[in-house]
Design a protein around this ligand. Structure first.
Ligand code: IVH
Length: 676
C-alpha cells in the first residue's frame, strides 16, 4: 500500500519545489516549468496553508514575490518606497469573471458596472523609475519586490526613457524594460558570429542587459521601455487608472497605448481573443494581458494580499510549451520500415488539447538533447499540429532517470534492424512486417492516393488481425466479408456499404493517383503526376530504362533507381497485376484530362537546382518544397534552368550558371522569400 503523505510533508515538499523554480527563474533567468504548472503548485500550497494554518510561515513562497539573488548583486541595493507587487494569474474568461466578482465582493457599495482597463502584459524586466522635479534621479529593478538594484546609469542609457519630463513633476512610475523582437534577432545573430552565447529569449536579454556594468553596452543593445503604473496615483488627483496613463504620455513617458475600457464581460472575452491573435504583430514579447480596476479611488477598499493587488489580475495566453513527465518510449514502425521513437507522456493540456504522445524524431535527437526516461520534458506543437519534445529539464533529475536504448530488432516483427549508412534512421527491412503492411494500406487508401473513406487506422488493424486483408490487393475483395464486416466494432450496415462503394469508386482514380498510391519510395504526389504524364500507362512506365526515367524533369538518380527497381521486383509486379485485374485504373483508359493532373502552384512551370552546402534545408526538404509548389527539380545547369539556389562553397554549377547568364541566382534566404 502506498503511504499517504502527511500534509506537513507535502507543504515542505511544495515549498522546496517552488523555491527552486523561483531561484532559477529570478536568478538564472531560466524557466524549469510553465507558468500554469507553477501556479498550480502555488495554489496547492496556498490551500494547504489555509487548511492547516499551523504550517503557515512568513518565509513561505506564498507570502512574497520570488526574488533574484540580491546578495550576489554588484549594484547598490535600494528599498522600494512601495513594494513592487506581482499579479495573480488567470487563464480563461471564467477566471476573469470570478476575479471581477471578488472585486465587487470586497466593496461596500454595490456597483452596477465596474469599469476595467485591459492592457498588454509585457514580458521583460520590471523597473521603478523616480523623477524629481521632472528629472530622472533613480531607477531600481524589482529585486525581491521589497528591495531592488539601483540601475540608474543603465536606464539613462535607454533612449526611449526621458531623462527630463515635459513638466517639473515628482513621481515614481513603474513599467517594463523590453528588448524589441527585431533587435533581439539581430543581437543574437551578432553574438553567434562573435562566438558568444546567445540569449534564450528577449526577457533574458533585457534583464541581462539591465545588469551590465558598462552602460555603453546598454546603449548599443537598443532596449525599449513601456510604463503602466504610477505609484500613489491618487495623490496626483487622478480618479482613474486610464487618466494616469494618459498623464504619463502627456509628460513624455511611453505607454503601450493599449488601455481598453471594458465593463461587459462578453466584450472582455472578445478583446482577449483579439489580442491573442494580434500579439503576433507586436515588436515585443507579451505573455498575456493585465486587467485593472479603472477607478483608483476604490483600490484601497478592494485591497491587497501580501503578494498582489486584489484589483488587478493577469490573463496569461495559452503556453506554447508545457512540461510533463516522459513515461517511456514506443518505437513505431512506419510504412517505409522507418522506426521512430514516440514519447509516451503523462497527459497534459497543450494549446487546448490533451497530449499523451509526442514525436522524438530519431535516436540522434534523443542523444543530442540528452533525454532520459523519467525526465520532465518541455513539449510544444510543431507548426501548431504535432506535439514534439523540445528539451528535458536536467536540473531536477533525481538520478533515477533511465537512458534511452535504441532497439536492435523490429518491435513488431523482431527482424534485425538496419541503419543505412550516413542516415540516422533505423529501418525494418522485412516487407511482411505487419506494421509496414498496415502503413502501406493506410497510405494506399489515404485521400491523396485512392481516397477510400471509412478506413480508419483501427479498422485496418482489425481487418489485418482477422485476415480479411493481407495486402492492398485484398481491399478489392472485401465484399466477400460483407456480413462479417457488419459485426465489427462501430461498423453498421450503412458504414460497410459506404466503405464498399468508396472502394468501388476508387478504381477509377486518375492514373497519377493510383501510381502514387503504390508507395514507390521517393515518388510523392508531384512525381506521381510527372511519371503518369510522361508514361501514359503503367506498362510503358514499367518498361522504361533508367536513362528514359532520368530524362524526365524532376527525376534524379535516386528516383530513377527506385522506380526502375520497383518494376523489377516480382512482388510489386504481382500486386500491380492483381490490382489491374480488379479494374484499378493504371492509365489503360486514357482520359487525358484526368490522368494528367499536374500540381498547380506558385512554381508551376519553373525549374530549380541547388548547389553548395545548404544551411537552412536538408536537400530532400528543399526538393519537396519545390515540388509541393509545382516546381521542377533539375539535376544540372542548362538553358532549361530558371533558378539556381546557392549555398556555401558553391563551385562549378554556380560558375556555369553565371556564364549562361539566363539563370537567376538566389541565396537560401531569397529563395525562402520567393516561396511566400
Ligand atoms: S501592473 C500593482 N501592468 O507583470 C501593479 N504589470 O506578473 C503591478 N507586467 O510585476 C503590476 N505588463 O513586471 C502591470 N501592463 C502591466 C504589465 C505588468 C507586465 C509585469 C510586471 C509585474 C508582472 C506581474
Amino acid at each position: 500500500m502506498v503511504e499517504e503523505k502527511s500534509p506537513k510533508d507535502r507543504v515542505d515538499e511544495l515549498r522546496k519545489e517552488i523555491e527552486r523554480y523561483n531561484y532559477y527563474y529570478y536568478t538564472k533567468n531560466e524557466s524549469l516549468i510553465s507558468d500554469i504548472e507553477f501556479d498550480k503548485l502555488l495554489k496547492e500550497l496556498e490551500e494547504l496553508e489555509k487548511k492547516y494554518p499551523e504550517y503557515k510561515n512568513e518565509n513561505s513562497p506564498t507570502s512574497f514575490v520570488g526574488a533574484s539573488n540580491l546578495k550576489e548583486s554588484k549594484f547598490q541595493k535600494v528599498i522600494h518606497k512601495k513594494p513592487m507587487l506581482s499579479l495573480n494569474n488567470s487563464y480563461n474568461i471564467e477566471d476573469v469573471v470570478a476575479f471581477t466578482e471578488r472585486v465587487q465582493k470586497n466593496l461596500e457599495t454595490n456597483y452596477k458596472e465596474l469599469e476595467y482597463v485591459l492592457e498588454l502584459k509585457l514580458d521583460g524586466a520590471s523597473i521603478s523609475v523616480t523623477y524629481e522635479n521632472g528629472e530622472l534621479v533613480r531607477a531600481v529593478t524589482r529585486g525581491d519586490g521589497i528591495e531592488g538594484e539601483d540601475v540608474t546609469e543603465n536606464i539613462l542609457a535607454i533612449q526611449s526613457i526621458p531623462n527630463f519630463l515635459k513638466e517639473d513633476v515628482s513621481l515614481e512610475v513603474r513599467g517594463e524594460i523590453v528588448l524589441p523582437l527585431s533587435r533581439f534577432k539581430t543581437l543574437n545573430e551578432e553574438r553567434l558570429q562573435a562566438g558568444e552565447e546567445i540569449f534564450a529569449n528577449p526577457r533574458n536579454a533585457a534583464s541581462g542587459t539591465l545588469r551590465q556594468i558598462d552602460s555603453e553596452i546598454v546603449k548599443e543593445r537598443g532596449l525599449d521601455a513601456y510604463f503602466y503604473f504610477v505609484v500613489d496615483a491618487e495623490q496626483y488627483g487622478f480618479k482613474t487608472h486610464k487618466e494616469s496613463l494618459e498623464y504619463l504620455e502627456k509628460v513624455g513617458i511611453k505607454t503601450t497605448g493599449v488601455a481598453d475600457l471594458i465593463s461587459d464581460m462578453s466584450v472582455m472575452e472578445k478583446r482577449i481573443a483579439f489580442w491573442e491573435n494580434e500579439k503576433e504583430n507586436l515588436d515585443f514579447e507579451t505573455d498575456g494581458l493585465v486587467i485593472k480596476l479603472n477607478d483608483i479611488t476604490l483600490w484601497e477598499e478592494v485591497g491587497y494580499t501580501t503578494k498582489s493587488p486584489r484589483w488587478a489580475i493577469a490573463y496569461k495566453f495559452p503556453a506554447k510549451q508545457v512540461t510533463t513527465e516522459l513515461l517511456g518510449i514506443t518505437w513505431q514502425v512506419g510504412r517505409t520500415g522507418k522506426v521512430t521513437p514516440v514519447a509516451e507522456l503523462k497527459e497534459v493540456e497543450l494549446s487546448g488539447s490533451k497530449v499523451k504522445r509526442a514525436s522524438l524524431h530519431n535516436m540522434d535527437e534523443i542523444i543530442r538533447k540528452d533525454i532520459r526516461i523519467g525526465d520532465r520534458v518541455f513539449i510544444e506543437k510543431a507548426a501548431e499540429i504535432i506535439p514534439q519534445v523540445v528539451s528535458s529539464v536536467k536540473e531536477i533529475r533525481t538520478g533515477e532517470e533511465k537512458e534511452v536504448v535504441a532497439p536492435t530488432n523490429c518491435p513488431v516483427c523482431q527482424t534485425l534492424l538496419e541503419k543505412e549508412e550516413g542516415l540516422v534512421d533505423l529501418k525494418c527491412i522485412n516487407p511482411a512486417c505487419p506494421a509496414i503492411v498496415q502503413g502501406g494500406i493506410e497510405y494506399f487508401v489515404s485521400r491523396d492516393a485512392m481516397n477510400i473513406s471509412g478506413f480508419g487506422s483501427k479498422i485496418v488493424e482489425r481487418m489485418l488481425q482477422l485476415g480479411y486483408i493481407k495486402d492492398i490487393t485484398d481491399i478489392f475483395e472485401l465484399d466477400k466479408y460483407k456480413d462479417e464486416l457488419m459485426t465489427l466494432d462501430k461498423m453498421g450496415e450503412k458504414s460497410v456499404e459506404k466503405l464498399l462503394a468508396s472502394i468501388e469508386k476508387s478504381k477509377s482514380r486518375p492514373y497519377s493517383k493510383t501510381l502514387y498510391a503504390l508507395g514507390i519510395p521517393f515518388v510523392g504526389k508531384f512525381l506521381g503526376d510527372v511519371l503518369a504524364k510522361k508514361s501514359k500507362n503503367i506498362d510503358s512506365l514499367a518498361a522504361m530504362t533508367k536513362d528514359e526515367l532520368l530524362a524526365m524533369d524532376g527525376v534524379g538518380e535516386k528516383v530513377a533507381e527506385s522506380v526502375y527497381g520497383f518494376f523489377r521486383d516480382e512482388a510489386s509486379l504481382d500486386i500491380i497485376r492483381k490490382l489491374k485485374a480488379h479494374g484499378v485504373n493504371f492509365g489503360k483508359i486514357i482520359d487525358d484530362k484526368k490522368s494528367e493532373v499536374v500540381s498547380e502552384g506558385k512554381f508551376t512551370g519553373k525549374t530549380f537546382l541547388f548547389t553548395g552546402k545548404l544551411q537552412k534545408f536538408k536537400r530532400e526538404e528543399i526538393k519537396d518544397l519545390i515540388e509541393s509548389l509545382g516546381g521542377t527539380n533539375l539535376s544540372s545547369v542548362s538553358k532549361k534552368l530558371d533558378y539556381l539556389i546557392v549555398g556555401e562553397d558553391a563551385g562549378s554549377k554556380l560558375k556555369k550558371a553565371e556564364e549562361l547568364g539566363t539563370v537567376k541566382i538566389l541565396t537560401e534566404d531569397e529563395f525562402l522569400e520567393f516561396t511566400k
